[in-house]
Write a protein that binds this ligand. Structure first.
Ligand code: SAM
Length: 285
């Protein structure tokens, strides 16, 4: 037996569950599942199945269904259990609750009511993909799922173009080809990126390459399974400050600050805002 049934502190206990391989569950997650007074899950069947695999008995407990849109009744039931001093364990279908998954509404309500909110953390696809992508992890921006409508998706990608960190997206196999094509166009075909598929499962695969290259590969040979797309931040070309200054000075002879900043930022592959500020300073001096 890999778990202990011990009295749990009253409060809300989020439980991280595997994103593929069932043995990725932590021992503490099993302890919490074995010991909580009340069990709740986004998908009651998957949680019961996971408990069965690891031999954690229900001991007469039912698993309540809860997601953030299940309506006031379901949340109220859990809030009443918390108010009554019970321990409530909550798991999403896979990975960490709240990460592109339900739990936020419950977490907020429990914290606002003054209850303990704690977590038995487990795997998450975003962190697993980052560890395998071969891209910098000093700073990253997780954007969950991009919008499914093309224009909204492209607009969102444009908003993220200059984020100074690695970008991480969840994506479905149905949409990945179109997303890669849009990302190559909006963020640039040469941006290093990685497509992480079926993490922790039998057919785990990491493909690394420029966005344009990955877009071509996937358009030619579609892939199945669960996917995380990881994209490097925009790389600023090594900057010759003297050249930039001279180009800006030349442009300002005949153009407004705005137009000069547009032209020079494009020519040097630099953020427009940065060049605009430099032009303003130059005009002031
Ligand atoms: N809460 C989960 C987590 O912590 O990663 C994410 C849930 S979200 C609804 C499901 C998406 O996560 C999938 O569509 C896929 O993009 C990504 N994902 C989940 N498991 C994965 C896996 N084993 N390999 C690759 N991506 C995965």
């Amino acid at each position: 037996m890999n778990f202990r049934s011990t009295p749990l502190a009253p409060g809300l206990h989020f439980v991280g569950t595997p994103i593929g391989t069932a043995r990725d569950i932590t021992l503490r997650a099993l302890d919490v599942l074995a010991s909580a007074d009340v069990l709740a899950a986004e998908d009651t069947r998957s949680l019961r199945h996971l408990m069965e695999i690891h031999g954690v008995p229900l001991n007469g407990r039912t698993v309540l269904s809860y997601h953030d849109h299940s309506g006031a009744g379901a949340r109220e039931r859990l809030m009443q259990a918390l108010a009554g001093g019970q321990s409530v364990a909550y798991a999403s279908e896979a990975g960490m609750p709240l990460i592109a998954d339900p739990g936020y509404g419950l977490s907020r309500a429990a914290a606002e009511a003054g209850h303990l909110v704690t977590s038995a953390p487990g795997p998450s696809a975003v962190l697993t993909a980052l560890t395998l992508a071969g891209l910098p992890t000093d700073a990253f921006f997780f954007d969950g799922f991009l919008p499914s409508a093309r224009t909204a998706r492209r607009n969102r990608l444009a908003e993220l173009r200059e984020i100074p960190g690695t970008l991480v997206f969840y994506e479905s196999p149905k949409r990945i080809a179109q997303t890669l094509a849009d990302a190559a166009e909006v963020l640039g075909p040469d941006r290093p990126s990685a497509l992480a598929r079926e993490l922790t499962k039998k057919f785990e695969e990491i493909r690394r390459g420029g966005l344009g290259q990955l877009a071509e590969e996937i358009a030619e040979k579609p892939v199945k399974g669960e996917i995380v797309l990881v994209v490097d931040r925009a790389r600023q070309p090594s900057l010759n400050a003297a050249d930039l200054e001279q180009d800006l000075r030349d442009a300002l002879q005949t153009m407004t600050i705005r137009d000069a900043a547009d032209l020079v930022s494009r020519a040097h592959g630099l953020p427009r805002r940065q060049v605009y500020q430099a032009a303003l300073k130059m005009e002031k001096d």
